[in-house]
Design a protein around this ligand. Structure first.
Ligand SMILES: [Ca+2]
Length: 351
């Protein structure tokens, strides 16, 4: 980072702060720089990461602590919703059609990524579809507002979010972003793939080779980074993710486990009376999940690659929805453009 860039940033942050004070005097709830924990945070950034103290203070002074962020973090959808309702949010004809259009737009890059990483287009597209409706919903909070609110005014997870705030400062410096311009979710997740700052710094890829990892607007970077996240978490190419299961007649209770890692194996589940089809070996890790379907319980066996999806977002409902959405979009692409898409200007389909 050269000093010219930093000076420009300082000036623009200061200008923004003054302007917002002039325009919204009564709505601004700036972080109190006199608080001991805020001062400690500034000191850490200065001492550990050699930031200019004035730059950090100006950025924090311009950030706002928002009640809407505190309300949003208190009710994540996947914890309170049964599977069939959660699934229905994502598996709509509209979203699947949008996914097919998205897939065709990015076909070349998706193919290249699959070739390089072994992570299939279905998986990458499914994640982008669940996270942001293929880039339509990426969040409109300023990331610095989200992370200062949760880092300083949300005690249950303040340590976590304060670390993410540090990562955000580092990210903006490394990738030449204006800190105050970065937008994301109430929890600080950014861009169509919704990476939090630490994941961004660790797993993002410069897919198009322009020297910047831009997960906000560069689709090559975005899709490559999702695939890299999966590859880095040991995605196994050409291996199954899930299998539909039924329970055979058995004297023992099935070893249901809706947790976030497979503790059984293909062989142990089979031995306990769970019926499912797979070509995996008996020693392969597996877990039996019981989910609330629209017409009673649904049983799914998750394999190693299912576990990998839960590393992206720690919820079995999330992982199953992302995987199924990707499959549905893949099928829609294979069956050709629909009449709706023909209306959008795709003309090479057979009637
Ligand atoms: Ca790039």
């Amino acid at each position: 980072m050269n000093s010219a860039v930093r000076t420009t940033k300082l000036v623009s942050v200061a200008t923004a702060a003054v302007l917002s004070l002039l325009m919204f005097p009564s709505f601004l709830q700036a972080i109190d720089l006199e608080r001991a924990d805020v001062q400690q945070f500034v000191a850490d950034l200065v001492e550990t990461h050699q930031f200019d103290p004035a730059y950090v203070q100006t950025a924090l002074r311009a950030s706002e602590s928002k009640d809407s962020i505190l309300e949003a973090i208190s009710k994540p959808a996947e914890r309170t919703m049964p599977w069939h309702e959660y699934r229905a949010i994502f598996m709509t004809p509209e979203r699947i059609r949008a996914g097919a259009t998205f897939w065709r737009q990015h076909q070349e890059v998706l193919n290249q990524i699959e070739l390089n990483t072994g992570v299939p287009a279905e998986m990458v597209v499914g994640i982008i579809g669940v996270e942001s409706y293929f880039g339509r919903r990426t969040g409109s909070y300023r990331v610095i507002d989200a992370l200062t609110t949760l880092g300083f005014d949300y005690p249950p997870r303040s340590k976590f979010f304060r670390r993410e705030l540090t990562e955000l400062f580092l990210l903006a410096r490394e990738e030449n972003f204006e800190l105050e311009d970065l937008l994301g979710s109430y929890a600080g997740a950014m861009g169509p793939p919704q990476f939090i700052p630490s994941s961004y710094r660790r797993y993002a890829i410069d897919g198009n080779g322009d020297g910047q990892r831009n997960l906000f607007t560069n689709w090559n970077d975005i899709l490559s980074s999702v695939a890299n996240y999966f590859a880095a978490h040991d995605w196994q190419p050409d291996q199954p993710v899930t299998a539909k299961a039924t329970l055979g007649s058995t004297a023992t209770e099935p070893p249901v486990d809706n947790g976030l890692s497979p503790k059984e194996t293909v062989a142990s589940l089979s031995a306990s009376g769970v019926l499912f089809a797979t070509e995996l070996e008996g020693t392969a890790p597996a877990q039996l999940m019981k989910l609330e379907g629209a017409n009673g319980p649904e049983y799914w066996v998750g394999f190693h690659n299912f576990y990998v999806i839960t590393r992206y977002n720690r919820s079995v409902l999330y992982a199953l929805a992302a995987f199924q959405l990707g499959l549905a979009v893949g099928l829609a692409v294979d069956t050709g453009p629909t009449t709706t898409e023909l209306g959008l200007g795709i003309t090479n389909a057979t009637p």
